[in-house]
Write a protein that binds this ligand. Sequence first.
Ligand SMILES: Cc1cc2nc3c(=O)[nH]c(=O)nc-3n(C[C@H](O)[C@H](O)[C@H](O)COP(=O)(O)OP(=O)(O)OC[C@H]3O[C@@H](n4cnc5c(N)ncnc54)[C@H](O)[C@@H]3O)c2cc1C
Length: 258
Amino acid sequence: MSTRAAQFQATVRRREPLTDHLVRLVLDDLDGFASTGVPDEWVGLVVPGQFQSRYYTVRDFSGGELTLDVVVHDVGLVTEWAMRDCVGDTVTITEPKSSFEPPADASWLLLVGDLTAMPAIARIVETRPDLPTTVLAEVPDDLADYLPAGPDVTWLSPPSHGQSALAEVVEGLDWPPGEGYFWMAGESAQMRAIRKHLMRVVGLPTSHYDVMGYWRATAGRQPRAVDPGPLWRAGKAAGKSDEQIWAEYDAAREASDG
Ligand SMILES: Cc1cc2nc3c(=O)[nH]c(=O)nc-3n(C[C@H](O)[C@H](O)[C@H](O)COP(=O)(O)OP(=O)(O)OC[C@H]3O[C@@H](n4cnc5c(N)ncnc54)[C@H](O)[C@@H]3O)c2cc1C
């Protein structure tokens, strides 16, 4: 039984270009919307004239205002809309979901991602100052002021050939000693490679990492996103291993390519 996520209308109150590739949108009039309080929480966003949603991280929700930071790239439903002056537009937002869940014994955080992951990384750093945190960020712009002070940050420039190098970066990592939590988000093909590396080479238990494909490098507009939640629950109920469930999830995502 699919439980349809609650939906909320919202109004774009402010639009602020933060860098050449990142636009901040502040929405309000969100009657009844509530944050989960989890720093990587995301909402579905449906822009005027469209019916397909795209996921965006809640960079902040306070005083009745919801802040989303939108990556501006070449073509796409949301990016083309966000490039224009969308102040005053009404959008639809779905109730938030989240996945950041460090185990109680985590003594460090390792946060890795591209530009789409930065809103979540910034909120995680803000929310968990208690844990020593290392950030590896592959971004095209100068984002030195984007992250709160505290973590040890390495800024990486995306390779000139346009493909991310994050998989290589993670494969060459010097892991901190002791138990910790690895959180990562970015382009899906990279994330699949990294999940396999974490499971098969590093041998990290799935309770100690969260690796999410946030977007997929395809030509033209993206196919529908696949929600891992139902697959995970059904897999667990059927007694499947984490690796089996992730393999099925990756297969479902490849299948949704059509
Ligand atoms: C849980 C979650 C949280 C997310 N949080 C954020 C967030 O806070 N901010 C944010 O900007 N994005 C975030 N994303 C990613 C965002 O949902 C996707 O990038 C989405 O595809 C953008 O929609 P679009 O309509 O602009 O482009 P689409 O119509 O989906 O895609 C059009 C084309 O653009 C390409 N494309 C899509 N995204 C990118 C990109 N980022 N860079 C380069 N090319 C791209 C696709 O390959 C496709 O060819 C998140 C995704 C998830 C799953």
